[in-house]
Ligand binder design. Structure first.
Ligand code: PLP
Length: 293
């Protein structure tokens, strides 16, 4: 059971459509070329979390693609419409929301835009508790590629996620749950759908560390929200660069993302690492405090 809202010029708050019938033209460049942008966010108690951060990132991804999308208020109104429709058909307030904007059928515009809501997948909830076995996979770019080659769109959330999905399938075939990309110059980057977070203690101070943003990774809204509340709570914050060796010998390591939240990593390339359910709980609580605002 899901809900769909199309953003069309004639409906300022979006138009509810049937998610079970075809809505896209086969010539849509989002489908034909993967030419578009998207966001995935969580709604709890009928409210989309971190909405502003997601709308900001949608806008900056669209900018990187020279894609002229509707303004944030139109997305926000369509999300409200979608949440009301989802609650009506599903009777549940927790949802995974996907915002998609593609180039449309004609490169000169208009874009094709929609908001799709579905129940949170059971696997996301499970992985928060069970933890993840991950594989390190070569991303094939050096960590300075984002600056040297902006056309690669590194750091933008485009609908061209076939590589990310292939990496996940590769990891699954090897018996792992997820993957962490490593740059060709040996820097830890991110998961195919998540940000890496490390908790460690240095000189008696608790630190939260994440890879360098300018290494061509997506700026995670989950990591951003957690860092914003962790610092006043006494955590020191750090930004890579990180090497694969630094994934070992920590208090805990997680893959963070909007719907799965914090999923603890329990092994890297088959080598077990420390897992702390207490830290997962503490950091998840901090994160939820941040996202409630
Ligand atoms: N990195 C990549 C490549 C992602 O696809 C995602 C989430 O979709 C993230 C990081 C985490 O971003 P967020 O915390 O905003 O969900």
């Amino acid at each position: 059971m899901s809900a769909l809202v199309l953003l069309t010029p004639d409906a300022p708050a979006g138009r509810v459509a049937d998610p079970d019938v075809p809505q896209l033209l086969v010539t849509d460049l989002g489908v034909v070329r993967g030419d578009g942008v998207f966001e995935t966010l969580l709604a709890v108690d009928g409210r989309a979390l971190q909405l502003e951060a997601h709308l900001d990132r949608l806008a900056s991804s669209a900018d990187a693609l020279d894609l002229d999308l509707p303004a944030g208020e139109r997305w926000q109104a369509a999300i409200e419409t979608g949440l009301a429709e989802f609650a009506r058909v599903h009777g549940e307030a927790e949802a995974m929301i996907r915002l998609v904007g593609t180039r449309g059928v004609d490169a000169a515009g208009p874009p094709t835009c929609w908001v799709y809501l579905q129940p949170v997948p059971a696997s996301s909830r499970e992985q928060r508790h069970r933890g993840l076995d991950v594989l390190l996979l070569d991303r094939g770019y050096s960590s300075d590629a984002a600056e040297a080659a902006p056309w690669l769109l590194l750091g933008s959330k485009t609908t061209s996620y076939a590589v990310n999905m292939a990496a996940l399938r590769y990891a699954h075939r090897q018996g792992a749950d997820d993957a962490i990309f490593v740059s060709s110059d040996g820097r830890v980057l991110e998961g195919p759908t998540s940000t890496l977070l490390i908790a460690r203690t240095r000189d008696g101070v608790r630190e939260l560390v994440t890879p360098l943003l300018r290494s061509g990774i997506l700026a995670g809204t989950t990591q951003g929200a957690l860092f914003a509340t962790a610092e006043p709570a006494g955590w020191r914050l750090g930004y890579g660069p990180l090497t694969p060796e630094e994934l070992h010998g920590n208090d805990g390591v997680w893959l963070a993302s909007s719907v799965r939240l914090l999923a603890p990593i329990r092994s890297v390339d088959g080598c077990e690492i420390a897992v702390s359910p207490e830290l997962t709980e503490e950091l998840t609580e901090l994160l939820l405090t941040a996202t409630r605002h």
